[in-house]
Write a protein that binds this ligand. Sequence first.
Ligand code: ITT
Length: 199
Amino acid sequence: MIKDKTIQSCLVIASSNLGKVKEYHRLLFDLPITVLGQPKDLQVEETGKTFIENARLKALAVANATGEFSMADDSGLSVDILEGAPGVHSARYASSDEERINRLLREMEPFHDRSAHFSCAICIASPQDEILLEVEGKCEGLITKKPKGNNGFGYDPIFEVLNVGLTFAEMEIEHKKDFSHRGKAFALLKPGLKKLFKC
Ligand code: ITT
């Protein structure tokens, strides 16, 4: 049965990353949308070459599996001196957040230039296999020499926001969204999301 889009009120967050999911709950809290988690056993292969391609793949797979609108986020850290690595491979760079951070710090040891940016692509898909909305946000910064701060997730302890002087892990979730790649992407998404959910 094709769902009537005029009564759409549920949105599945197509992510198994608890750090991301927590940030989306915060970003969506003032909208009258019922936020659902994705099925636990669902694995989507990220075969895209860009963040937006991977966000589309995840959003379509989860919308299809659940029969609900879904929102996927593909994001990652690109380091200038490493020619954009780890980039779309950020999650696969090592097997835990701690090992990913250690690997990146090791690879950057010989270099003086610590410039990097975070990217976030968000895509909303329908169960009818349509991409409804897609946006991208970026945040410029520097890779620190050692981890700083205890908040957040992933690479947050080693990413210092340009001209702010704090790592994401030194910011509260509320503060991070004002600077982050995800906060910026979501700000671009929000008007379209409100139209889609008629709120
Ligand atoms: P899903 O695909 O299920 O959403 P994932 O962790 O595999 O989860 P990605 O493929 O988008 O997500 O990989 C993103 C990687 O970049 C992952 O290692 C994250 O921890 C890291 N990352 C993304 N946004 C981040 C942020 O705001 N702070 C720190 N690390 C971040």
